[in-house]
Design a protein around this ligand. Structure first.
Ligand code: GLN
Length: 256
């Protein structure tokens, strides 16, 4: 009986050792898991062959290279990214994500690598020509759930929003735009570059001339991972300096 136990213990120890060796040599720490929501062109989307593409995807690839890790993409709901990064399920959240005070309570943000601004998309023949029209016509708004567009739009009218009852939330930006096309909502509030992509890809849509505050996009990292945050910040600084970042951005956002 004793020797059986001993063999079992030895076998277990050997198995653990093998696991550890395998882990050290290849898989452990070798993946950089990026959480994103890949329906947000030109930052993240699936190209015609079903491959992930976009500014954030290429930035993440460069980042992973720099860190000597292999990039793995988790395509999840936007609203689950911050929580997943916070608990360590994902290493980074790279999703055209705006730095907000509320998100900062849960995760740390890298230095900013891009900016965005919320805009309103309507149908070309819409009676809505301004934000004032949206209010006076009592029009409805589609947003991507948990985004800054959602937060602004569903705020009270006194606070500059349109009231929660006017807002319908969709899982992706693409779904919100689809709802506009099929007449389920009168407008969509979303970041400017995705708005331009959606308007270019669908006939009969236009962007209203409105001015919202500029937002900073940054990479979300767990508060327990300062080492990774520092590495990301030095990579971003380098990519800004050596033209890598501009190169990626101009590939997806042609200069006007
Ligand atoms: N920039 C917006 C936000 O952070 C939208 C991001 C997104 O939909 N991927 O909320």
């Amino acid at each position: 009986m004793k020797s059986v136990k001993r063999i079992a213990v030895l076998a277990l120890a050997a198995a653990l050792l093998l696991c550890c060796l395998a882990g050290c040599s290849q898989s452990k720490g070798s993946k950089l898991v990026m959480a994103t929501n890949a329906a947000f062109p030109p930052y993240e989307f699936k190209d015609d062959s079903g491959n992930y593409a976009g500014i954030d995807v290429e930035l993440a690839q460069k980042l992973a290279e720099k860190l000597g890790r292999e990039l793995e993409i988790a395509d999840v709901e936007f609203g689950s990214i911050v929580g997943g990064v916070q608990t360590g399920k994902y290493d980074v959240g790279i999703a055209g994500m705006t730095v907000t005070d509320e998100r900062k309570e849960s995760v740390n943000f890298s230095d900013s690598y891009a900016t965005g601004v919320q805009v309103v998309i309507v149908k070309e023949d819409s009676p809505i020509t301004s934000v004032d029209d949206m209010l006076s016509l009592g029009s409805t708004i589609g947003v991507q759930q948990d985004t800054t567009g959602d937060i602004y739009a569903s705020d009270t009218i006194e606070n500059g929003g349109f009231g929660d009852d006017k807002v319908t939330r969709y899982k992706t930006g693409a779904d919100a735009v689809q709802a506009l096309i099929t007449g389920k909502v009168d407008s969509v509030i979303i970041d400017n570059e995705p708005a331009k992509s959606f308007v270019a890809a669908n006939t009969g849509l236009k962007i209203l001339d409105t001015a919202y505050v500029e937002e900073e996009y940054a990479i979300a990292v767990s508060k327990d991972n300062d080492e990774l945050l520092e590495k990301i910040n030095s990579a971003i600084a380098e990519f800004k300096q050596d033209g890598t970042l501009d190169g990626i951005i101009s590939k997806y956002i042609p200069a006007e």
